[in-house]
Structure formats: structure tokens, C-alpha cells
Design a protein around this ligand. Structure first.
Ligand code: 2P0
Length: 353
């Protein structure tokens, strides 16, 4: 019948984020509650982003999802948590053009179809789950007329993937670990918007676009179970570092920002090495890039670049301004010319460069 033929659709786009103070280790695996606060920078939406279209129709028989055109299972607990939490907050929706009225109560009976695309390699340590779950939760929230603000939505995205909670905002974002056992206060807040420090230019050296060997989830679990260094880091180091990083961001103090970012990345990888069996995310090329950046920073009056590496060998380099980014790219191209065996590609995170 005419009534059964409608489809409502919402499309959203969400960039990924890169942590400058890292999240590594959970105190609750189901709710995804971390052992420390973290701080990230959200990338330019023109690069490394997820685009997700969610649709609802009375003709849909079940919830379904496609990732990069291929159907994937929604049966995992993380998808189910996000869907359940968003549905629980759904409100009335009216689309007069289509003659559609959905009451709050209808949402529990309606099914959704989700189509998601990443414009970058999935699971290569380029935070695909961060953009993915943030975009999913945001798009579903829009479709179902959810009234919650970005921070409240971030606590839902967190249950899809921890780092996803930080992608609900642009600019600089803090994920507050929270104290509550139910996770209600473990959410993201914006520290500064994207205009606050727009001199920074992000350059990603894709050392390998292959899938990583140890997933973040299992890596973190093994670290929590075996590393004493992680406990020291979470209790003694990160709380102070978070305050210092907030101050560096507030003051646009690149020397402090760079020092804190590099040190924290190196400590995260040290914690991985301190895990039993040890986890190696960086490779020889990653180490060479660190040396190039360190040597350059030391040869100048003040640091020109910060580096940080996530759960993979790819280098995220943050240059202090466009001039530094140009010099950085010149250096990288000298050491790793196009088509060199050591590097797959470069991603320049500033459309105006
Ligand atoms: C981060 N990473 O802060 C850290 C630094 C990787 C290294 O968050 O298990 O995919 O889904 O919560 O968020 C990667 O871990 O892990 C990550 P889950 P997630 O960005």
C-alpha cells in the first residue's frame, strides 16, 4: 500500500581523530570505560572520514549494515549497544512532504538500514572505528530525532569504540574517563574548536595500508592484564600530562604541544612493549621517521613538528604551520621518495596547502 512505501534517510559525515594523549586500557570492557583521560585532535573532514547513510522504512524486515558496499553483521555487542541506546532516546518524527508520522513508540518496531563508507584504509591503525561509530550514532540520532547533545551522544558512541566518542566534536577534544560504574560520566568534551589553532597542518605518512596484526581491543586487554608500566602511566603520568596538554592547547604553545605529543606516543608504544607477549605496532620505517623529526626539531631554535603513532606503523605528523609542513614534506620525500618500498602514500591533512 501507499502507506508502506516510504523511506526516510539521513546522511552524515564524520572525520577521524588522532590522540595526542593516548587512550590505552579499559577498566570495563563491555561499557568501554578507559583507565585514563585522553586528548585528541579531530582531522579536517575532507580527509579520513566516514560517510554514513541511515534509512528507515516499514518495508525493512531487519536491521542491516553495509561497510564499503559489503554487508557486515550487526550482531556484535557494540553495534547492539549503540542501536539500543539511540532507540531508547528516539522521539516523534514527522515528514509532512512524505506524509510520514513516526511516534516515539514506533521506533522499537521499525528496522534501519545503514550504509557506511570510509575514504581511507579500514583497520590499518588510521582510526576507522572512531569515525565509523561516531558517524553511525550521529546519523541515527538525527534520523530518530534524538534530543541529546554531542557529549551525551559521545557516551553512546563510546560503547561502539572508545576513541569514537572523541569524533563527535571538531578541534581539540578530551575524553573524560569518568568515575561512575555505569559509564554515564565517561564522555567527550570540546577543549577548543577547529578555528582555535588553525596554523597546524597534519601530514600522515602511510607506512603500511595493510590491516594491523593485533587489534586495539585485544592488545589493550593483554596490556591491562600484564603491564605494570601501564598502571604507573595511568595513575602517575597521564593526569598531569592532561593538564599540561590542555594548557599547551589553550596557549597555542607548540613547543610544549610537540614535546607532550611525542613523549606520550613513545610511552604508549613502551607500554605495548611492556605487555606480555610484547606488542609491536611501529616498524623500522616508523622509527626512521621519529629520528628524522627529532633531528630536525633539535636543529631548529624550537620544534617544528610533532609525531604520534597509533596501533599501527603509520606516522601522524603535526607541523606547526604551513611553512613547516612544506619543509617536512620536502624532508620526507628526500628520505622516502614516491614509490619507495618503505612508504605506501602520503595524506596531507590541509586542503589549502
Ligand atoms: C587512541 N587508540 O587514543 C588510542 C591510541 C590506539 C592508540 O583508541 O576497543 O579502536 O574499540 O575501544 O578505540 C584505538 O582503540 O579501541 C585507540 P576500542 P579503539 O586513539
Amino acid at each position: 500500500s501507499q502507506q508502506q512505501s516510504w523511506v526516510l534517510m539521513v546522511t552524515a559525515q564524520t572525520p577521524t581523530n588522532i590522540a595526542v594523549i593516548k587512550y590505552w586500557g579499559k577498566r570495563d570492557e563491555t561499557l568501554i570505560l578507559p583507565v585514563n583521560d585522553s586528548i585528541s585532535v579531530t582531522l579536517d573532514p575532507n580527509h579520513l572520514c566516514t560517510t554514513t547513510t541511515v534509512s528507515v522504512s516499514p518495508s525493512f524486515q531487519q536491521d542491516r549494515m553495509w561497510l564499503n558496499g559489503k554487508e557486515i553483521s550487526l550482531s556484535g555487542g557494540r553495534f547492539q549497544s549503540c542501536l539500543r541506546e539511540i532507540r531508547a532516546r528516539a522521539c516523534d518524527v514527522e515528514d509532512s512532504k512524505k506524509g510520514v508520522k513516526i511516534s516515539k513508540e514506533d521506533w522499537s518496531k521499525l528496522h534501519v538500514h545503514i550504509a557506511s563508507y570510509n575514504n581511507f584504509p579500514t583497520a590499518a591503525g588510521l582510526a576507522s572505528s572512531a569515525a565509523g561509530f561516531a558517524c553511525l550514532v550521529y546519523a541515527l540520532g538525527k534520523l530518530m530525532n534524538v534530543k541529546e547533545d554531542e557529549s551525551q551522544l559521545s557516551a553512546i558512541a563510546r560503547q561502539g569504540s572508545g576513541s569514537a566518542c572523541r569524533s563527535l566534536f571538531g578541534g581539540f577534544v578530551k575524553w573524560i574517563m569518568g568515575k561512575e560504574e555505569n559509564g554515564s560520566d565517561s564522555l567527550a568534551v570540546q577543549l577548543a574548536d577547529e578555528k582555535h589553532w588553525d596554523d597546524l597542518v597534519i601530514v600522515i605518512a602511510v607506512v603500511s595500508s595493510r590491516q594491523k596484526e593485533t587489534s586495539s581491543t585485544s592488545g589493550m586487554r593483554e596490556t591491562v592484564e600484564t603491564s605494570l608500566l601501564l598502571q604507573h602511566r595511568a595513575k602517575e603520568i597521564v593526569p598531569k600530562r592532561i593538564l599540561q596538554m590542555e594548557e599547551a592547547i589553550r596557549n597555542r604553545d607548540f613547543a610544549s604541544f610537540s614535546q607532550l605529543t611525542c613523549t606520550d606516543s613513545n610511552q604508549f608504544h613502551a607500554v605495548c612493549l611492556d605487555t606480555s607477549p610484547p606488542i609491536f605496532y611501529m616498524n623500522d620505517t616508523s622509527h626512521r621517521i621519529i629520528s628524522i623529526a627529532e633531528k630536525w626539531n633539535r636543529s631548529e631554535e624550537s620544534p617544528q613538528v610533532a609525531y604520534t603513532f597509533d596501533a599501527g606503523p603509520n606516522a601522524v605528523l603535526i607541523a606547526r604551520n604551513r611553512k613547516a609542513a612544506t619543509l617536512l614534506i620536502q624532508r620526507l620525500l628526500y628520505y622516502f621518495p614516491p614509490n619507495s618500498d618503505d612508504l605506501d602514500s602520503y595524506i596531507i591533512g590541509d586542503k589549502s596547502l
